[in-house]
Design a protein around this ligand. Sequence first.
Ligand SMILES: [Zn+2]
Ligand SMILES: [Zn+2]
Length: 94
Amino acid sequence: MTEASPVMVCAICGGASTVAIDPPRRTFARGADPTDASYSIIALLPDIPLCDEHSEEVRGRKVSVGWCDDLRCRMFGESGAVSACGQPYKELRR
Ligand SMILES: [Zn+2]
Ligand SMILES: [Zn+2]
């Protein structure tokens, strides 16, 4: 089996995603550039990949999706859950 392209997985459970929904907000303020204080970095967030079950739960607000902006992550996950880098995913507010 070859991996031609990264498989999109559900942000909540890691299963195969079937849909991608708009994030609550499209931008994430990364803060000032440490090498240039006059320049602040705004990251653009991608769509949130979700499986059928979790797209229902997110739409029904049973789960909320957060974002981890650590260099090792920069991905969605369940808000408040611990991400791969050890920091919790931060809730994205409108
Ligand atoms: Zn899922
Ligand atoms: Zn992380």
